[in-house]
Design a binder for this molecule. Structure first.
Ligand code: MN
Length: 304
């Protein structure tokens, strides 16, 4: 009995210290990212500084759960501030384009372990830092090579670079949506206009969820499930994508996307993609999805 208690205490202490280290790493990474992108608003940097101090205190042997809760609250606040800062920055840069070959990896909008238990920290690190980065690099390279083709008027390898641009471009854009489409506070159901439209086009939320899950589970090989808004029909639709670009329905806007490539779940779920898909619903970021839907809905084309 006593031994159990001691062991329990030891586990909790190491959990607190692991968490503190995770927070520390995130603060360092975020500070670097903000500085690199010149998003150096004083109050946000101060908040990150405070968080850094708190997480150092939390790494001491006598740290308590209460102190950990306090740090968790500070982390939530810092997230909100950084999100606001990034949104303001996006709005002010809205008319600026990404130069050719200058795509960058967007930072994960939450810590690597924030989506546990649905998606493990190990997967998030690998998936975001390695896989998504390689799509960014591949897209940049394809764009630069096509630019060179234009400059030298040598289009002999164009087909190859176009395919690369489609593959890595779709990978970069879809992963960006994928990270945004999830949240540690996710799950539940959408509200408002998005829910109304889902009910109009799929009868009810349950049948939409069922079709989206089935689409994800039945993707042949690797790919995605996507909820898209079709501006021409003015309806929501569920689509499958094989790999990134096969079966892509152009002229549509992805609203909610689910990565069912093996690298997204295999370390944790092995070949049980269905369990991963079912768990994923607990971390869907519906408010963000609603925002995206409202933005996408502003686009309308003449119906035929
Ligand atoms: Mn992926």
């Amino acid at each position: 009995m006593r031994e159990n208690l001691i062991r329990k205490g030891a586990i909790e202490m190491s959990q607190i210290q692991d968490y503190a280290k995770e927070v520390q790493a995130w603060v360092t990474e975020m500070t670097g990212f903000l500085e690199k992108n010149r998003l150096t608003e004083q109050h946000v940097l101060e908040q990150l500084n405070r968080l850094s101090q708190l997480s150092r205190q939390l790494q001491k042997d006598d740290a308590t759960k209460e102190e950990m809760t306090k740090v968790e609250k500070e982390v939530t606040l810092a997230f909100r501030e950084i999100n606001d800062l990034m949104n303001r920055n996006t709005r002010s840069r809205i008319n600026q384009s990404v130069p050719i070959g200058k795509h960058t990896l967007p930072p994960l909008p939450y810590p690597y372990n924030a989506l546990e238990p649905a998606i493990s920290e190990e997967i998030m690190r690998l998936h975001h830092d390695k896989h998504h980065q390689s799509y960014v690099d591949g897209l940049n390279k394809a764009e630069l090579m096509m630019k060179r083709a234009r400059e030298t008027n040598d289009y002999s390898l164009l087909k190859h670079w176009e395919r690369e641009a489609a593959f890595h471009g779709s990978g970069h854009y879809l992963h960006t949506l994928f990270w945004e489409g999830m949240s540690p506070k996710g799950g539940g159901q959408p509200k408002g206009a998005l829910l109304k439209q889902i009910e109009k086009d799929f009868s009810n939320f349950a049948s939409f969820k069922k079709q989206f899950s089935e689409a994800a589970k039945q993707v042949e090989g690797v790919g995605w499930a996507l909820l898209v808004w079709v501006p021409r029909t003015r309806r929501l639709e569920v689509l499958q994508s094989e790999r990134h670009m096969n079966l892509t329905q152009w002229d549509t806007i992805p609203i909610l996307v689910l990565d069912v490539w093996e690298h997204a779940y295999y370390l944790q779920y092995k070949n049980n993609r269905a369990a991963y898909v079912d768990q994923w619903w607990n971390i869907v970021n519906w408010p963000q999805t609603e925002n995206r839907f409202m933005e996408a809905k502003k686009l309308v084309w003449k119906p035929y």
